[in-house]
Design a protein around this ligand. Structure first.
Ligand SMILES: NC(=O)c1ccc[n+]([C@@H]2O[C@H](COP(=O)([O-])OP(=O)(O)OC[C@H]3O[C@@H](n4cnc5c(N)ncnc54)[C@H](OP(=O)(O)O)[C@@H]3O)[C@@H](O)[C@H]2O)c1
Length: 330
């Protein structure tokens, strides 16, 4: 290729100078061979200018102005969840592929509308569950098949200490709350590791009366064959990000399930009748892998229907947990 030929690939813009963008996604975009960071937008022009200088791209004031650019093919949306529906819809309508932070939106109805819009316009729409792209989960599934017999129970927890009081996580209008912030991970992990559809049997949400958002919760789900999923989440907890598969002959626990750093070699524990074994798995770069998967979905239209179906299953389960939940006010 001649030297002055532009590098092929996906030209990306970012809506909002979010913490997750700065810490994880922008560094991964900048080092990705087939994704190019074109611009970052902020409500505050000084903030986007600072970030743009750091990551070597253009700065834009206002999200609309970024969507109006015709040198951008795809956008990353790390806004508070309550803003996802509006800005994902705007981005799709502007003809951009969208990588949106979890959760896709705050209701099933809104998510279904976005999936339908992306399908109609022939655009990729991906919810950024990066843990799905770590190789440890396939390794654990293989190990479970060989070592723990018939699967009986899946359990998973994601809990974090209280977020900063100024965070959108405490603001119902911005889509705050522990179910949408951390509860969505155990729900997504249950679908990853269990075969067949899941139904929500019951749930509990602890709601902070002062803010009106849920700060902790639990849910019980089941497959049609009675394999259960016991899920716990919240932001009133010491840090925990784990799942376990318990079968007729053994149990496997995965202690760094959702946010393992790229250099971390996951250690999983296999407990059987007469022995406990710790296995060290390969390190993996789930952030880079997630970006690879999004770029592939944007650059080729294969697999987009399956992506849309997975988004809808997840959104439906979140809604079912909310509907089934006993609400306990604090
Ligand atoms: N995949 C993951 O591992 C992961 C991890 C953490 C968070 N997340 C998700 O990523 C998203 C962002 O989380 P975060 O912790 O990075 O958020 P954050 O640091 O609070 O950033 C949110 C950004 O949204 C923009 N914004 C626009 N209107 C806002 C408003 N009224 N209030 C607050 N911010 C507003 C701001 O950008 P400007 O001011 O520059 O416009 C702000 O920087 C959420 O959906 C969250 O669930 C994902």
């Amino acid at each position: 290729m001649p030297e002055d030929t532009p590098r092929p690939g996906l030209r990306m813009g970012v809506l909002g100078c979010a913490d997750i963008a700065v810490r994880r996604i922008l560094p991964a975009i900048v080092e990705h061979p087939s994704v190019r960071l074109v611009a970052v937008a902020s409500r505050d022009g000084a903030r986007s200018a600072r970030l743009a200088a750091r990551f070597g791209c253009a700065a834009v004031t206002g999200y609309r102005a970024l969507l109006d650019r015709d040198d951008i093919d795809a956008v990353y949306v790390p806004l508070p969840p309550g803003m996802h529906h509006e800005w994902v819809a705007e981005a799709l309508t502007a003809g951009k592929h969208v990588l949106v932070e979890k959760p896709l939106s705050t209701t099933y109805e809104q998510s279904a509308e976005l999936v339908a819009t992306a399908g109609r316009l022939g655009l990729a729409l991906t919810e950024n569950f990066m843990f799905l792209h770590h190789s440890q989960h396939a390794a654990v599934r293989d190990l479970a098949r060989e070592e723990i017999g018939e699967l009986r129970v899946f359990s998973s927890s994601f809990g974090v200490p209280p977020p900063d009081p100024s965070s959108f996580r405490h603001d119902a209008r911005l889509g705050g709350g522990a179910l949408l912030d951390v509860g969505v991970y155990p729900l997504r992990a249950a679908q990853l590791q269990l075969d067949g559809e899941l139904d929500v049997l019951g749930a509990c949400l602890r709601v902070d009366e002062a803010t009106g958002v849920d700060v902790a919760g639990s849910a019980l789900l089941s497959t049609a064959t009675g394999v259960t999923a016991q899920l716990d989440f919240g932001f009133q907890h010491s840090y925990r990000s784990a799942y376990a598969l318990w079968g007729s002959r053994g149990r496997i626990s995965v202690p760094r399930a959702f946010t393992p750093p790229r250099e971390h070699r996951p250690v999983v524990r296999l407990e059987q009748q007469d022995r406990t074994t710790e296995l060290t798995l390969a390190a993996d770069h789930q952030v880079g892998n997630a970006l690879d998967a999004f770029a592939a979905a944007a650059l080729s239209d294969t697999g987009r229907t399956a992506l849309g179906e997975a988004l809808l299953r997840q959104a439906l389960l979140v809604e079912q947990v909310r509907k089934a939940a006993r609400i306990v006010s604090l």
